[in-house]
Design a binder for this molecule. Structure first.
Ligand SMILES: [Zn+2]
Ligand SMILES: [Zn+2]
Length: 366
């Protein structure tokens, strides 16, 4: 008879290759799975942000997913264990407590091993840096949007608010948690946009003037000092230009519709030729009105450079020049502005009218 083993386990006497501990006894000695009894997570009850090593970050996932990830990374398995299977089951007990059932299966030195444990998971509710600032109406400045010699249009006010909230989204997505719009208030003569950091305030003012024209001046006021840094509140005094987008003004012997504008340049459509051009703004140009207030008239006939349109106000017929660029035919409708003695067509009314123009009439094709 030959003995295949060269020794025996000193503890249980089972045959082993080298006379050391057998697999079963080695596995019994080893703490191969470390599972904590208690875990915790600090979470903002208002926005769901999670605090990790003293830093707040937005979290887009459910509480269960957060608990799962924390538990998973807290469970330590010895490197000698193979075929590891971990099951983590989360039960919510209350708003500030969950229980996590953990079951780990594996193979250690040829022996199947199993460990089950329960983790108590504590949710610590703490208002995050951003929510506590929002709750405290924190702000570092205000942009006062006004217009030169007129009131801002509804379009401009909506656009300003949209720009502010878009920048807030962009900056939050880029990780600037504390950049937010504290408040937007419509007041007589314009709107006030209150903001939380100088960075976002500066961008909002820049983007509004970039989109709507005009300019601004800044007026900082020292409000205190924090950790050796001087704190300022900055008032932006923003003036939208004399003319707004959609205004029809008289320049170079023709009416021009303002398509867009930058600091002091107007980009217009010449309503005689239909062509686009640009020139510097001049407050002295006569203003006819804004296309957002245009009326609609039906084209009754077309004859040798003339369009006959039906005045919706009194049913009378006006003859206006048939502008080639407008390409209107009998049955079409045109948008027009009424001057003291003139009727000026500003566009053919398309069935899919852009939203900045009134759309209370629907055009039916016959
Ligand atoms: Zn043994
Ligand atoms: Zn929060």
């Amino acid at each position: 008879m030959t003995n295949l083993t060269s020794g025996f386990c000193p503890r249980c006497g089972a045959p082993t290759e080298d006379g050391g501990l057998c697999g079963k006894c080695k596995a019994k000695d080893l703490v191969w799975a470390e599972i904590p009894e208690r875990l915790e997570c600090t979470i903002c009850p208002t926005c769901g942000s999670v605090k990790t090593s003293g830093m707040w970050a937005d979290s887009a996932v459910e509480r269960d997913t957060i608990a799962y990830a924390i538990a998973k990374s807290a469970i330590k398995i010895h490197k000698d264990v193979t075929d590891v299977q971990t099951s983590i089951h989360i039960r919510e007990a209350s708003s500030n407590r969950s229980f996590i059932d953990v079951l780990v299966l594996g193979n250690l030195y040829g022996i199947p091993v199993e460990r089950s444990a329960k983790i108590k998971f504590i949710w610590i509710h703490e208002q995050c840096d951003r929510c506590s600032r929002i709750a405290g109406s924190y702000y570092e400045g205000v942009i006062q949007v006004r217009a030169a010699g007129r009131l801002p249009t509804a379009f401009e006010k909506t656009r300003c608010a949209k720009i502010a909230y878009q920048l807030e989204d962009q900056m939050q997505n880029a990780g600037d948690r504390l950049a937010f719009v504290s408040d937007i208030e419509e007041i007589d003569g314009g709107i006030d946009i209150t903001f939380s950091t100088q960075a976002i305030g500066n961008l909002i003012a820049r983007d509004i003037t970039g989109a709507l024209g005009g300019s601004y001046t800044t007026h900082p006021k020292l409000i205190g000092e924090k950790n050796g840094t001087r704190l300022y509140r900055v008032t932006y005094s923003l003036r939208l230009p004399r003319f707004a987008r959609g205004d029809v003004i008289f320049r170079d012997k023709t009416w021009c519709k303002i398509l867009r504008q930058t600091k002091d340049t107007l980009f217009v459509q010449d309503l005689t030729t239909g062509l686009t051009r640009s020139f510097r703004e001049d407050d002295e140009d006569p203003l006819l009105g804004n296309v957002n207030n245009a009326e609609t008239a039906e084209v009754i006939y077309k004859d040798a450079g003339i369009l006959g349109i039906l005045d919706p106000a009194d049913g009378s017929v006006h003859e206006i020049p048939d502008r080639q660029w407008m390409n209107a035919a009998p049955g079409d409708s045109v948008l027009f502005l009424r001057g003291k003695e003139t009727i000026t067509a500003v566009a053919k009314k398309e069935p899919d009218e852009s939203s900045e123009l009134p759309d209370e009439h629907t055009t039916t094709e016959t």
